[in-house]
Design a protein around this ligand. Structure first.
Ligand code: FCB
Length: 464
């Protein structure tokens, strides 16, 4: 994936793309190339036009929880600038755009009245995408639960499962004729673990038993929503998005291997086994002991319902040592600005493993990308050769999974543009488009131009 654009890094740039390139890979003609965002991270307009507060609006107001003390109040002002943003997506030449709906924008308290102004925003967005030839991929829950639901127990309460199913049906009735894909949840592990066990994400709770219960409620709500949406006979394909990483033992020791297996259980099998096999993994249940979730009769059947696709968000590998001594800084791999190891091989390993272990009909990489320090050059451009190389090598890793028989449907870059990176605030930049938050000016980085050129070449090959 080398860029032919004039702003591409010069050949003499030591960081220019030199690794085996994605371009060498044969992708199927119907493979979907996309960019992704989520509502809270870009929309802003946090209290405009009847929107209710989400748990992230509330969380950001607690002192010390967001690295730069920021919040999502204005973010990328996407609610205001959506037309310009859709033009930008069109100019990237991608097939599709993955976005999420803000639940409290469309149903401010998560219960009761729907907010027509909020619903109308997503009508404009969806219609605007279609008018530009871009396929809408909708995610229902990218973490911004209505605060009013949190006030009565949030995901720890079974009532939220029912509210989520109502929300899913409402959204599907409204947009289901126009979106090509609906995902129930984005990264339920993050909601459960980071939101309810470590507490570094909203709602900021620290209770292992609660986190386990939350994960169960998220899964039940997923299954019930899928069943309800199936009954609507939509054209859209239905699925869920998980954050996954292959877990490697740091050494060959029995202790490290056992720990790596358990970590794989907590991240991957905890979600994949219920979704595809109808049970929780025994080793993790045993590890949780009394903190294991309350499972009502019939729940496992509610969860294991056929889905059309699994979305995989991949950023890095897991290197596991039983004593916690593994240090990414000494691993010899390059790190992103999040201190995440850059390891494209892990994406191939992961996809192959998922395909081997579970009957997943279709997989998408629904997020992949990197935060890098992105200084704006003297020429006003961002020469992010490191990100271009990250995307290149990871796309090539998807190509390798395809060659090994994994039914891959598409690849989506995280993210379209720099945005609010949760507890890291605005300090970490994942965008292929740079955002100057003072002016809201958007500038495609070199990686955006490289991705655009790559997608254009793919399209030309399709025709040829
Ligand atoms: C994922 C989230 C996404 C973004 C990336 C960097 O966990 O789904 O919103 O923050 O990480």
């Amino acid at each position: 994936m080398t860029s032919t654009a004039s702003t591409a890094p010069a050949a003499s740039d030591a960081r220019a793309v030199t690794l085996p390139t994605a371009s060498a890979t044969d992708f199927p003609a119907d493979f979907v190339w996309a960019v992704a965002t989520s509502a809270f991270q870009i929309e802003g307009a946090h209290d405009a036009d009847g929107k209710g507060p989400s748990i992230w609006d509330t969380f950001c107001r607690q002192p010390g929880v967001i690295a730069d003390g920021s919040n999502g109040d204005t973010a990328c002002e996407h609610v205001l600038r959506w037309e310009q943003d859709l033009d930008m997506i069109r100019d990237l030449g991608v097939d599709a755009y993955r976005f999420s709906v803000s639940w409290p924008r469309v149903r401010p308290t998560g219960d009761g009245d729907w907010n027509e102004a909020g619903l109308a925003f997503y009508d404009r967005l969806v219609d605007g995408l279609i008018a530009r030839g871009i396929k809408p991929y909708l995610t229902l829950n990218h973490w911004d639960l209505p605060q009013a639901l949190q006030d009565i127990g949030g995901w720890g309460s079974r009532a939220t499962v029912d509210r989520f199913v109502e929300y899913a049906i409402g959204i599907a009735r409204r947009y289901g004729d126009r979106v090509v894909s609906i995902a129930t949840h984005n990264e339920p592990w993050v909601v459960a673990q980071l939101g309810h066990e470590t507490g570094i994400f909203a709602p900021g709770l620290k209770d292992r038993a609660l986190a386990a219960q939350v994960s169960h409620h998220l899964l039940v709500s997923h299954g019930l929503a899928i069943t309800a949406l199936r009954a609507l006979k939509l054209k859209a394909s239905l699925g869920i998005v998980l954050n996954l990483a292959p877990m490697y033992p740091a050494t060959d020791s029995e202790a490290d291997r056992a720990q790596a297996r358990l970590e794989d259980g907590k991240l991957r099998r905890w979600y994949m086994d219920p979704l595809f096999k109808g049970h929780y993994p025994a080793d993790v249940i045993e590890m949780l002991g009394e903190d294991a979730p309350q499972v009502e009769a019939g729940d496992m059947d509610r969860i294991r319902v056929p889905i059309d696709f699994l979305g995989v968000n991949y950023y890095s590998r897991g290197m596991i040592s039983a004593d916690g001594s593994f240090d990414v800084r000494k691993s010899g791999l390059e790190l992103t600005d999040m201190d995440w190891e850059i390891y494209p091989q892990g994406l191939t390993d992961l996809l192959v493993q998922l395909h081997r272990d579970y009957p997943v009909p279709r997989l998408y990489v629904t997020e992949n990308g990197g935060a890098f320090k992105d200084p704006v050059g003297a020429d006003g451009q961002v020469h992010d050769a490191d990100r271009t190389r990250y995307l290149d090598t990871h796309i090539a890793a998807v190509g390798e999974a395809l060659r090994q028989g994994v039914p891959m449907g598409g690849y989506m870059v995280w993210s379209l543009m720099d945005n609010f990176e949760w507890a890291s605030g605005y300090a970490k930049r994942f965008g292929i488009v740079h955002v100057d938050y003072a002016t809201q000016r958007r500038t495609p980085k070199d990686s955006a131009l490289a991705y655009r050129d790559f997608v254009l070449r793919q399209r030309a090959q399709r025709r040829g």
